[in-house]
Write a protein that binds this ligand. Structure first.
Ligand SMILES: *[C@@H]1O[C@H](CO)[C@@H](O)[C@H](O)[C@H]1NC(C)=O
Ligand SMILES: *[C@@H]1O[C@H](CO)[C@@H](O)[C@H](O)[C@H]1NC(C)=O
Length: 531
């Protein structure tokens, strides 16, 4: 859960607590207090239950997640149960109110998360939606379910409640992008009478998971953070026994991520954009769960899986590709992967990484946030003792090629940008150096720093000085743009983008950066801490 979500979760909680105390003041009858008492007992019971049901040794809490985030995971569960048990005017969960079947059953989220105890297949058809999260809405449907992609609908025969509409993408709070997402209508199949739509493909006993592949798909960071990781979070518990139904389907996405997708589903993926056939299911989830930026919170996973399990799946998938295609055909011998540059250091690598020279992978950007003195940087790396692999990824660079280049690397070096997401392809104990241009400290930490540490990587942010920014050529040395970046970034993302993301290149001070390289080298060779 990121800071924003925490803030919202807190904000959602506060009014309820407040209104309860106000009520309390107005009427001191026991009658009014009783629900509060029950609630307190329930909350206590949940805390005790959580404390005892944790499948993790306490060391886990210290190594993988900061303890504060572990607590926030708990408190979010608390806030969910509060919302479920104290209907408040402003935050009531409409699905429960409208739907008597769901109201009598466990909360909707327990169906979505697979923790509902009653799995009675013969139960009446019903649909419930969990709209309590800041990042995504999810609906759960059970009954005779048939897709009708022509009308962007999922038909549920015998469903008693009225239609639900959902945009199954994980950036609900981001209204501008959410508006662009295809809206799915989950509606009664026969409200106009008539016979049910014919079943073209019947999926017996396998649930469906419908989600959108629109929005920011096309940006590597978002493909993982908003798409693949939430997909893992929502689908992994089925262990392949789930049919993925993809709205706003993109064939290139399918090709790019097939090695991962094949490990999440045993079935063919349904293209909801073009496949007009009626696919029939008895259970369906619409939407994806998300825990935060490039994060999986094991406390919220049915089987306790975390981001490292996701990473293991990534490695497994792309390793398998490498095995089936041992050497890249010459024609594909790609310009985005330069030949390895050997270290120029004389003394032998000693105890270094597996008895060979440690390797640094340097990601190169064109346009903005480029490394102006890349050649000097490469020489500095060579002198320090690194073999250097330069990677210049393009939009269509096959991921297995980048994966293959990163697996033998001990250090990854990249300027802040979507390409930093490739750190997911590194080995867990390796080093990530993120060069952070002026004004980008916050996104650098939130999007990559924290997730990299959670993955068990040694993470270093190299915050550049104004002298290392090409903004020095555009602004006065005393301008707030250079000396008081908060003043600009506090004006919002657009302002930050205009100046710091789009106009800035980096000229590393190799005296300063060289010190970090030397420390990193001795860390890799002696496994000491860097900072
Ligand atoms: C729709 O179908 C269900 C079950 O087949 C039936 O119980 C219900 O009455 C039907 N509703 C309408 C409006 O036809
Ligand atoms: C480069 O960094 C070194 C060490 O931090 C510093 O002494 C030097 O002044 C810097 N050079 C420039 C041009 O800023």
């Amino acid at each position: 859960m990121n800071r924003q979500q925490r803030a919202i979760a807190a904000a959602v909680l506060t009014p309820q607590v407040k209104s309860t105390t106000e009520k309390e003041r107005k009427s001191n009858s026991f009658h009014r207090l009783f629900p509060l008492l029950l609630l307190t007992l329930y909350a206590l019971a949940s805390v005790v239950r959580l404390a005892f049901s944790s499948p993790f040794p306490s060391s886990f809490v210290q190594t993988s997640a900061s303890s504060s985030s572990t607590f926030s995971a708990e408190s979010r569960q608390e806030s969910e149960s509060l919302k479920t048990h104290v209907p408040s005017e402003t935050h009531r969960l409409e699905a429960y109110e409208e739907n008597p079947v769901a109201a009598a059953a466990p909360p909707c989220s327990s169906f979505i998360d697979g923790t509902a105890e009653s799995r009675d297949e013969a139960a009446a058809a019903f649909v419930c939606c969990d709209r309590s999260h800041i990042r995504s809405d999810l609906c759960y449907a059970r009954g005779d379910i048939r897709t009708d992609s022509a009308s962007s609908s999922v038909l549920v025969y015998g469903m008693k409640s009225s239609a639900e509409r959902v945009r199954p993408y994980t950036r609900k709070w981001d209204a501008a992008i959410t508006r662009t997402i295809q809206e799915i209508s989950i509606r009664p199949g026969n409200d106009s009478g008539g016979s049910p739509r014919r079943c073209d493909v019947r999926h017996e006993g396998v649930p469906a998971l419908l989600f959108s592949n629109g929005g920011y798909t096309g940006n590597l960071y978002h493909e993982f953070s908003d798409g693949l990781i939430p997909l893992y979070v929502t689908a992994q518990r089925f262990r392949g026994e789930v049919v993925l139904v993809v709205a706003e389907y993109r064939p290139w996405w399918m090709a790019r991520y097939r090695p991962l997708l094949e490990r999440l589903t045993n079935y063919q993926i349904v293209d909801f954009s073009r496949d007009r056939r009626a696919h029939c299911f008895s259970e369906m989830i619409v939407g994806l769960r998300i825990h935060g930026e490039l994060i999986i919170d094991p406390w919220l996973m049915p089987n306790g899986n975390g981001i490292r399990d996701f990473q293991a799946l990534v490695h497994e998938g792309y390793d398998a590709v490498a095995q089936s295609r041992p050497s890249l055909p010459a024609a594909e011998s790609p310009p985005f992967l330069r030949p390895l540059v050997q270290s120029t250091r004389r003394e032998p690598p000693g105890r270094c990484s597996r008895g060979r020279r440690p390797r640094i992978a340097v990601f190169v950007r064109k346009g903005c946030r480029a490394l102006v003195n890349q050649r000097e940087l490469v020489r500095a790396c060579q002198r320090t003792g690194f073999d250097v692999q330069i990677i210049e990824p393009k939009r269509d660079t096959p991921l297995d090629v980048i994966h293959r280049a990163l697996v033998p690397a001990d250090v990854m070096l990249a300027v802040h940008g979507a390409a930093v997401t490739h750190f997911l392809f590194m080995r867990p104990s390796s080093v990530l150096i993120q060069v952070v241009p002026l004004g980008l400290e916050k996104p650098a930490e939130e999007f990559y720093g924290e997730p990299a540490r959670r993955l068990g990587m040694e993470y270093v942010a190299y915050n550049i000085t104004p002298e290392e920014s090409t903004l020095l050529k555009l602004y006065d040395r005393r301008s707030p743009v250079l000396v008081n970046t908060n003043l600009i970034t506090n004006r919002g993302w657009l302002e930050m983008k205009k100046i710091y993301l789009d106009k800035q290149n980096v000229k590393l001070n190799l005296t300063r950066f060289g010190k970090l390289l030397a420390k990193t080298y001795s860390h890799v060779c002696g496994a000491r801490g860097i900072e």
